[in-house]
Design a protein around this ligand. Structure first.
Ligand code: SAM
Ligand code: SF4
Length: 350
């Protein structure tokens, strides 16, 4: 088969993959970043992420900790340099610290980084263990600095507890980035306050556009959507943003902020297409590999692992990468106001 990629012509992409032992997709993108949702459970119920009544998966469908680690190790063998554990809430999964610690031993060797995205609820007790396990940077989600508003958006969250966790994490030496989802009519005029607070605490900040994931009932999603072009315009009235060349292979664009002396990222899957440099795939806690956050095509690695073993898994992953699509299909409009991708973010972990 001949693949034409601009000036480069490959006689067989599979052959290239095998020769370099790297995962390279049909569009020439090296896939070296794995995001793993280690549980679908969570101790919060953020209104844009989960319905209040969630049906969680039966235990038999969930990869065991050993299976999770085994899949991660096959990815590492195939050139993965960065692993992010997410969820649901990754730190509520029993025994997960051992997996982090085991994989953490690869950092500086076959891995550049192991990191997590967390709601911060468990950080007060887990920050030190994370650091000792080899984690150096974490993303913590926080959408409002008013305790009542925080409770409103998370339904079950306690802002003070999260703040204590952040303090502990920062004292221990973890570098922190705050993830804030921009929600129309909820925090759109509060984002500058969060940015200022991040500056005071030496945290970076990333603002995320609401993505159409999972059915939340009614037309709630459209009401929540706030284009980040609008957010940026508002912030630029108060802050001096300078474009940074930094590219992570993901949907974020970064700016330095003069007044707060920190970094600000915008994740804009809907108003800006980030797919051309995509370097990542996502594994759910049930072993389903999604080659794109915004597409439904997937491969069941759990079946392969349980029925055929590790060698077959390697092959299945290589084949899956060959199905990585060129881009996503997110869409929010009045005609289709609610769901574009019919799975909750807590399944694929954002
Ligand atoms: N529980 C952890 C947390 O909240 O950080 C990790 C999982 S959570 C699904 C990962 C990130 O996805 C969080 O920053 C959350 O705010 C974001 N998120 C969840 N649902 C989203 C949605 N529909 N659109 C945009 N971001 C979303
Ligand atoms: Fe839980 Fe994170 Fe989803 Fe909030 S965004 S409900 S904390 S998984």
């Amino acid at each position: 088969m001949i693949f034409s990629l601009g000036d480069i012509r490959y006689s067989s992409m599979n052959e290239i993959n095998k020769n370099t032992n790297k995962l390279i997709d049909p569009f020439g993108r090296t896939v070296d970043y794995l995001r793993v949702s280690v549980t679908d459970r969570c101790d919060f119920r953020c209104t844009y992420c989960m319905a209040e009544e969630m049906k969680f998966l039966p235990k038999k469908d969930i990869l065991s900790l050993e299976e999770l680690e085994a899949v991660c190790r096959v990815f590492i063998k195939l050139g993965t340099r960065k692993i992010r554990l997410t969820g649901g809430e990754p730190l509520v999964r029993k025994g997960i610290m051992q997996v982090i610690s085991n994989l953490g031993k690869e950092v500086g060797n076959s891995l550049d980084e192991i990191t997590i995205t967390t709601n911060g609820s468990q950080l007060e007790t887990k920050a030190e263990e994370l650091y000792n396990a080899g984690v150096r940077r974490i993303n913590v989600s926080l959408d409002h600095l008013d305790p009542d508003k925080f409770k409103e958006i998370t339904r079950w969250g306690d802002l003070e507890k999260v703040k204590r966790g952040l303090k502990k994490a920062s004292e221990i030496g973890l570098k922190i980035k705050i993830n804030t989802v921009a929600i129309s009519g909820f925090n759109q005029h509060h984002l500058s306050e969060i940015l200022r607070w991040c500056g005071e605490e030496s945290f970076d900040m990333t603002i995320i556009e609401v993505m159409p994931m999972g059915d939340l009932g009614g037309d709630k999603r459209y009401g929540q959507y706030l284009p980040l072009t609008q957010v940026r315009n508002e912030l630029e009235k108060k802050f001096t943003l300078t474009d940074l060349p930094e590219r992570t292979g993901g949907p974020a664009r970064y700016f330095s902020v003069k007044e707060t002396n920190n970094k600000l990222g915008f994740i804009t899957p809907l108003t800006h297409n980030f797919c051309e440099s995509c370097n990542r795939v996502r594994l759910t806690c049930t072993g389903i590999l999604y080659m794109c956050l915004g597409q439904d095509d997937n491969v069941d690695l759990k079946i392969v692992l349980r029925d055929k073993g590790l060698n077959a898994l390697e092959d299945a992953i290589r084949k899956a990468i060959m199905r990585k699509p060129k881009g996503h299909d997110f869409e929010i409009s009045r005609q289709s106001p609610n769901v574009s991708i019919n799975r909750h973010m807590s399944l694929t972990g954002g």
